[in-house]
Design a protein around this ligand. Structure first.
Ligand code: APR
Length: 182
């Protein structure tokens, strides 16, 4: 399963799969503000990347990372060069600043990727698991923020969303189609 959309010569693509299998310059972690590790994407990244990732984030970011922002580390044993640890919002009622925080988490990841010379980046569906953000609303923000970023920047060449279930994939595909259909 895969789907793509070209914006300004660069590609947004959707795949069904596991974020830790992605052969890209940077993979994005769905982290918490203490950078303390956890379940879901966070658990998978630290498990497969090994202990050096946590050792580095503890050393470089002892105060963690605020919600709506992101920090970067190397990627240990993963095939990516970097892990970008993004902290999405916990879904409350949708009126507590969640959309702006989710957009800014994506924006920060893309800015860090550009700063670090990444040509490809893979995102999970940040906030849609433990943090309970509704997938359709999260997809619209993730895709919309990425498309806008590519209109304004010449890198990264590939922004990939890695969806863990067919349902999440279909929801992101609907969001992607809605920006590609005039
Ligand atoms: N690859 C891709 N997607 C995955 C993977 C994986 N290996 N594992 C889970 N997912 C999906 C989930 O199905 C969900 O749709 O990623 C999405 C995000 O889920 P979470 O990992 O739970 O992230 P989030 O909702 O942002 O919650 C972050 O959870 O694990 C803790 O430490 C983390 O406290 C933080 C919180």
């Amino acid at each position: 399963m895969s789907e793509r959309y070209v914006v300004n010569g660069q590609t947004i693509e959707l795949v069904l799969g596991d974020i830790t299998d992605q052969d890209v310059d940077a993979i994005v972690n769905a982290a918490n503000s203490h950078l303390a590790g956890g379940a879901g994407v966070d658990g998978a990244i630290h498990r497969r990347g090994g202990p050096s990732i946590m050792a580095e984030t503890r050393r470089k970011y002892p105060d963690g990372c605020p919600t709506g922002s992101a920090v970067i580390s190397t990627a240990g044993e993963l095939s990516a060069r970097f892990v970008i640890h993004a902290v999405g919002p916990i879904w409350n009622d949708g009126n507590s600043g969640e959309p702006a925080l989710l957009a800014s988490a994506h924006q920060c990841c893309l800015e860090l990727a550009v700063k670090s010379g990444c040509r490809s980046i893979a995102f999970p569906a940040i906030s849609t698991g433990v943090y309970r953000y509704p997938v359709d609303k999260a997809a619209a923000i993730a895709i919309g923020t990425s498309a806008q970023f590519l209109r304004e920047h010449s890198t990264p060449n590939i922004i990939r969303f890695v969806l863990f279930s067919p349902n999440a994939y279909e929801t992101f595909a609907t969001a992607l189609r809605s920006i590609t259909t005039p």
